[in-house]
Design a protein around this ligand. Sequence first.
Ligand SMILES: [Fe+2]
Length: 260
Amino acid sequence: MKHNFISPWKHITQKKYIKLNIPKFPCSDYTIVNLSDIHLGYYLDKSFLENLVKDVIDISPNICVITGDLISYNINLDIEILSPLKYLTQQIPTYFIVGNHEIGLYRSNIREFLDKLNILGVHTLFNQSTIIMQSKCIFNLVGVGDFIGERFGVPMDIEKSFRDIDINLATIVLIHRPNSIRFFQGYPFVLSLSGHNHGGQITKLGLLSSVIRNQGKFLIGLKEIEEGKFVYVSNGIGYSRIPFRLFAPSQIDVIKINNS
Ligand SMILES: [Fe+2]
């Protein structure tokens, strides 16, 4: 597998396999593909998304989740760039949460963007939950808004996001910014999936955090915060402004859950 430790000009996305044992999860051999921070519109285009969709279909996960910053906020978004998603959703149930870039572009009209994704068959979770039922595997999937939404009248609402969950079921929560997980105390979940940090580079520590890594916070990768309760932060896939990744390869996360 090729690595793009420093990848300004040749974009290579690798598959990152993560194996988790979550005793409270209802089934084993369950696969989630997480796509975070694709940032379509700056450097990555529709043909990139077409190839990414093919890769996900080849993996054949149980579900695919897109954990925010699918687009970049300061572009004139031609929604046609998203059209390959309809081939993904025809084969793989796909769920989306907003990142700061979707909120930054659509602001109080974020519903307009979510409606466009719904037309492509993408299930959107904006401060809400759904129950995933696939054979004997039944669990809550919660999708939380982004912190920046407060500026535009579409705030992150954790209480509302969890309000309708079935407390007898395991819960997976999607939240773009891992820094927001500090507000989740008292809310039940076995796994949270995030991105945003681009391998640690989009933090106060900047490029330095790519080198020093986690340092006790939710910057990069996997952390078991309690027994059987995990936080996972993806490196993400694309670039927001500068096409540069230092020790933070672009990755499709392939998360395999067992419950032994
Ligand atoms: Fe972000």
